[in-house]
Design a protein around this ligand. Structure first.
Ligand SMILES: [Zn+2]
Ligand SMILES: [Zn+2]
Length: 307
């Protein structure tokens, strides 16, 4: 478990999957839980997304803190199930000593509070979110630049169905970018241009501009946790589904001078062996570009330190 310390920024991965949890013998090494990442930095405890991985995090936190209160900020990227489904099972929310600040943006047509209350409303769950004993505050974000204590956070809308952001968490020891769900602009724009009245030239220009903005947002991150749900071959059959592919992830990481790329949001059909192969392919692609980029596959329980 991570310990609070002002000396370094630490990150621990609790959930790695996209779409749905997939426990079983084929996912033992990388893990089967959906998105959840813990960051400890500058005396803050920040959690990124509340996929099913947050359940184990909750148990570990209660074990670590004992009778001491837990004070944490939970940043939600978007309200797809795989990013909020663990919240009803997050044990710290059931204890009145704890303070949980939930931050996120409104979804398409509905506000964050409604969405989080909705998944725990009758008939979906036996206990309402507002009946939980923990001191839970839901805060709708409007600014794309804010602070959690001394930690500076920037956000950016990314290319994913509905409303979805990526976060860049800037700590005193370095920065972590988290884009669990994002489709590269290039092929997507050409694909969706068919239903709009844009020429291929206009479409490509817009895709280049959108990518350039993303490059600026990510520039120089120490760690980039990025959606690489598909191999390049799989992506061909899933353009428009809102997820990334290996070679576009490698080129984005290299163009943004990221130090370490973490392949994230593993497809539910990918077992450990498949993810091993994807990591190998990604490393080869980076070597081919004569880059020093470090590449790893997101694995539950993995810890990283900055500073
Ligand atoms: Zn997702
Ligand atoms: Zn999503």
């Amino acid at each position: 478990m991570l310990t609070a310390s002002g000396l370094s920024t630490r990150l621990k991965i609790w959930g790695v999957r996209g779409s749905i949890p997939v426990p079983g013998p084929g996912t033992v090494r990388y893990g089967g839980n959906t998105s959840c990442v813990e960051i400890r930095a500058d005396d803050e405890l920040i959690v990124l997304d509340a996929g099913s991985g947050i359940r184990e995090l909750g148990l570990a936190l209660e074990n670590e803190f004992g009778s001491r209160p837990i004070n944490l900020s939970l940043l939600i990227t978007h309200a797809h199930w795989d990013h909020i489904q663990g919240l009803p099972f997050f044990v710290p929310a059931y204890n009145d000593k704890n303070q949980i600040q939930i931050l996120g943006y409104d979804g398409a047509g509905s506000d964050l509070r409604e969405i989080l209350n909705g998944q725990m409303a009758t008939p979906f769950f036996p206990i309402a979110l507002y009946d939980l004993p923990g001191k839970i505050k839901i805060q709708r974000l409007e600014s794309m630049d804010f602070k959690i204590g001394n930690v500076h956070v920037r956000s950016k809308f990314v290319n994913h169905p509905g409303v979805c952001v990526g976060y860049r968490v800037l700590t005193s020891k370095g920065s972590i970018a988290y884009l669990p769900d994002h489709e590269p602009y290039e092929a997507f724009k050409l694909h969706s241009a068919k239903s709009h009245l844009l020429s291929p030239e206009q479409t490509q220009k817009r895709a280049r501009e959108d990518r350039a903005e993303l490059v600026k947002f990510l520039q120089g991150s120490d760690i980039l946790i990025l959606d690489t749900q598909y191999t390049d071959e799989e992506y061909e059959a899933h353009v428009g589904w809102g997820h990334g592919s290996l070679s576009t992830a490698i080129s984005l990481a290299i163009d943004t001078s990221v130090r370490k790329l973490i392949l994230f949001h593993h497809d539910p059909t990918h077992d450990d062996e498949m993810i091993d192969k994807m990591v190998q392919t990604a490393r080869k692609l980076a070597t081919k570009r004569e880059s020093y980029l470090e590449v790893d596959g997101a694995r539950e329980g993995a810890e990283m330190t900055l500073g």
